[in-house]
Each structure stands twice: as structure tokens, then as C-alpha cells.
Design a protein around this ligand. Structure first.
Ligand code: SF4
Ligand code: SF4
Length: 197
């Protein structure tokens, strides 16, 4: 059976519509109205969606993943124990860590390591947050609320250990709210040296 075809009658344009002049004038009227309202009108009536970045900045939502920071212990040393979980979990392979041992007279010697080098290529990072999820020590966070400042130098996006340790969280602290049981203190839940073989 042939499909039914419905023929619609095309409305004829009026002379005014065919000339476009009144429609252009209407469009320009709207544009100019917005221009004067947003430029000279009272502040509360303005409808401007853009901001004059970087002088003006929008506040990011609390769950915004900003650039990374490395959290510090109470003595200022990194909480990171150079376990490499974050760099292993990182799908962009943009974390480079070189682990090192503490000195023999340090209570942490033999228990855990520290990162001699910790570099994140922030330009390669896809801000997935896997590194933060993978970290067993709450040593890496993405709660700075900042994004990278623009630069034309590729090297400026390689954030090293000192930079990452000195970026504060949104609350202004360099620490982490989670408790940290240091090796050697009585609250440390791990094995003691005496228990070793
Ligand atoms: S946020 Fe994702 S891509 Fe970026 S460093 Fe962490 S794991 Fe890698
Ligand atoms: S930041 Fe966390 S996951 Fe990454 S190496 Fe340090 S302790 Fe391990």
C-alpha cells in the first residue's frame, strides 16, 4: 500500500518579511537592549554569563579535582612511603617516583621508604583521581581547588616533590585530617623490630 503523502501549504511571506528589514531591526533592538542593560544597567539586573578571567574567578564546586598536593606529616616530611601504588594505578602514566631509604638512625628506617623524587606531569594527567584512590596513606590529594597556571613552557607542568608538598588544600592546611601512626610510636599497628627474624 502506498504511503499517504500530506501536502502542506507553504505560507507566503509578506512584503515586510521578504525584505528582512523589520526582522533585522528587531534583532538589532534585542542585541542593543542587552548591550546597554549589561554595560550601563544596575549590577543586580545584569545578565552576563562571562567573567573577566583571570582578574575575576568563579568559585569551583567542592568536588572539583584541582591539581595534586602531597600531604605532610607533623614534622613537615612527606606522608608518602613511596609504595608506587599511585603511579601503578595512573592510566596516563604521568607519575614518576624514585623511592629512597631513611637513614639507619631514623625510626622509619626498614619500615617504610620516602620519595627521593616525586614528579607529576600535570599536562598529561587526565584528572581521573585514581592516584588519590590508590594511595594507602592519604599522601596524595586533589583538593587544592586550583588549576594549573597557563604557561608556554612544557617544563612548567612537571610538578616536583617540593612544589607538591607546598601546595595547600582548600582549608589552607598542608596536613591531612586522617591519623598517622608513626613507626616506633606505641600506636603504630604494624610489627616491631623485635618481632622480626
Ligand atoms: S589523576 Fe589520574 S591521570 Fe592524573 S596523576 Fe592521578 S591517576 Fe594519573
Ligand atoms: S602517594 Fe601514596 S600511593 Fe603514591 S607512592 Fe606515595 S604512599 Fe604510595
Amino acid at each position: 500500500m502506498a504511503a499517504g503523502v500530506k501536502v502542506l501549504e507553504r505560507k507566503k511571506r509578506t512584503l515586510a518579511e521578504a525584505s528582512y528589514v523589520p526582522e533585522i531591526a528587531k534583532g538589532l533592538g534585542k542585541t542593543m537592549g542587552r548591550f546597554f542593560k549589561n554595560t550601563f544597567g544596575p549590577e543586580e539586573k545584569k545578565e552576563i554569563a562571562t567573567v573577566c578571567y583571570p582578574e575575576e574567578k568563579r568559585e569551583y564546586p567542592p568536588r572539583f579535582r584541582g591539581i595534586h598536593r602531597l600531604t605532610q606529616r607533623a614534622d613537615g616530611s612527606p606522608r608518602c612511603v613511596a609504595c608506587l601504588c599511585c603511579s601503578t594505578a595512573c592510566p596516563a602514566q604521568c607519575i614518576h617516583i624514585e623511592p629512597a631509604e631513611y637513614e639507619p638512625d631514623d625510626p622509619r628506617y626498614g619500615y617504610e621508604r620516602y620519595p627521593a623524587k616525586f614528579i607529576i606531569d600535570e599536562l598529561r594527567c587526565i584528572f581521573c583521581g585514581y592516584c588519590v584512590e590508590a594511595c594507602p596513606c592519604d599522601a596524595i590529594r586533589m583538593d587544592t581547588g586550583m588549576h594549573m597556571p597557563p604557561s608556554t613552557e612544557r617544563g612548567h607542568f612537571l610538578y616536583g616533590k617540593e612544589v607538591l608538598l607546598n601546595l595547600p588544600g582548600r582549608d589552607g592546611t598542608y596536613l591531612s585530617g586522617n591519623p598517622r601512626h608513626e613507626p616506633g610510636d606505641p600506636t603504630h599497628p604494624g610489627v616491631t623490630r623485635e618481632q622480626g627474624h
